[in-house]
Design a binder for this molecule. Structure first.
Ligand code: KG4
Ligand code: ZN
Length: 364
């Protein structure tokens, strides 16, 4: 056990002490991470860059009948699952609470009720075992996933999820500068809306990806966002698919559903890949990483791999399980962030959007 977790005795009354400043965890600190920002209940045990366990309990089936995530249903399900998911993460890592040096948790952004379940759980574990707590920004988590693959900063990271699409230049740890962001929809949203138009089930991105694998990406040509745009734009694409489908007879749509999915996906992928390569060149960065649920997309992974190889860039592609929401990425980010000493985190609140609070920067 390292210094951060030493000297605690569960159950004893808290001694009076002066407020201490946040500290950086020691190298290789064993962290229990919790992530409940949307509809996946997840816990992981991470030591430095080593993911010892990662458990994700998906709520997909629960929300499928509503065609999307119902926030209140998600929070209630998190409440039911979180203790078992934490226990499973510890068991798979062969660890007990006594082996932990810290607890990390997604503080925001996300669904506020869902976040609060994870935060309350993390506080309870940390407080009971007198451990420090590391609040993590969800996007810093996505950007940190590639540390499990050994990436070294500085690097460029494409973060593409259901709520965000941005390119960030990671300077050090999880301290980043936003290089480009979406001007309208997120890439995941474009996948989900396209999937709905194509009559696919929920969650849409994964279904569209699977269908596209059997289709011809050259079947229909959907608009590409203007090259001069620095950011991403996907809303026109979704409208183009809507009009394309309206212009075809139902049996033609039926016959060419996979071709339409492949063509639509190709348009999203091309924009993501082009912008990423252009930003790497502009920023002078030779390492490229990805994160977020859309980074699980097969078309994106293949195209990005080929284009990075051709451009001589080192690409870090975390496995899909580290791209879609998971607690391991939160534990990986925690190594670079300030840890609040016990019990100074008890008043900590979750935040639903960045308008409420800015991402935390590296520890002093
Ligand atoms: O990062 P994530 O799991 O949650 C958020 O932070 O939003 O991303 C979820 C998004 C959804 O829009 C989902 O449809 C999309 O990622 N997604 C995919 C794939 N897997 C998940 N999109 C395209 N292809 C996939 N294989
Ligand atoms: Zn996410």
């Amino acid at each position: 056990m390292s210094a951060a977790g030493a000297g605690r005795e569960p159950g004893r009354a808290a001694p009076r002490r002066a407020a201490r400043h946040p500290v950086r965890l020691p190298d290789g600190a064993v962290v229990l991470a919790v992530e409940t920002s949307c509809d996946d209940t997840s816990a992981a045990v991470v030591a430095g860059r080593e993911v010892r366990s990662s458990v994700v309990s998906s709520q997909d089936e629960l929300h499928a009948r509503f065609g999307g995530v119902v926030p209140e249903v998600a929070s209630r399900r998190h409440t039911e699952l979180v203790a078992a998911v934490v226990a499973e993460a510890l068991a798979r890592a062969g660890a007990g609470f006594a082996d932990l040096d810290a607890v990390a948790v997604t503080q925001g952004p996300g669904l506020i009720g869902a976040l609060l379940v994870g935060l309350a759980t993390a506080k309870a574990v940390a407080c009971r075992h007198r451990l420090p707590l590391v609040p993590v920004h969800h996007l810093q988590g996505h950007a940190a996933a590639s540390y499990a693959l050994g990436v070294e900063a500085p690097f460029l990271c494409l973060v593409a999820s259901g709520g965000h699409t941005l390119l960030v230049a990671v300077r050090e740890g999880v301290d980043y500068r936003v290089v480009a962001a979406t001007l309208d929809d997120a890439a995941g949203e474009a996948f989900d809306k396209g999937a709905r138009l194509l009559g696919l089930g929920y969650p849409g991105g994964r279904e569209l990806d699977a269908l596209a694998a059997r289709g011809d990406p050259g079947f229909a040509r959907f608009p590409r966002a203007a090259r001069r745009l620095r950011g991403f734009s996907f809303s026109g694409l979704k409208t183009a698919l809507l009009y394309d489908l309206r212009g075809r007879a139902p049996d033609e749509v039926e016959r060419h559903r996979a071709d339409l999915a492949a063509s639509y996906q190709a348009a999203i992928v091309e924009q993501l890949v082009e912008r990423t390569l252009a930003a790497a060149a502009e920023e002078g960065l030779s390492r490229v990483a990805v994160g977020g649920g859309v980074a699980a997309n097969r078309g994106l992974r293949e195209t990005l791999a080929a284009r990075c190889r051709a451009a001589g860039l080192d690409l870090f592609l975390p496995p899909p399980s580290l791209c879609t929401d998971n607690a391991a990425m939160v534990g990986l980010a925690a190594a670079f962030l300030p840890a609040l000493p016990w019990p100074e985190y008890l008043g900590l609140d979750a935040f639903a959007s960045d308008a409420e609070v800015r991402p935390r920067r590296r520890a002093r």
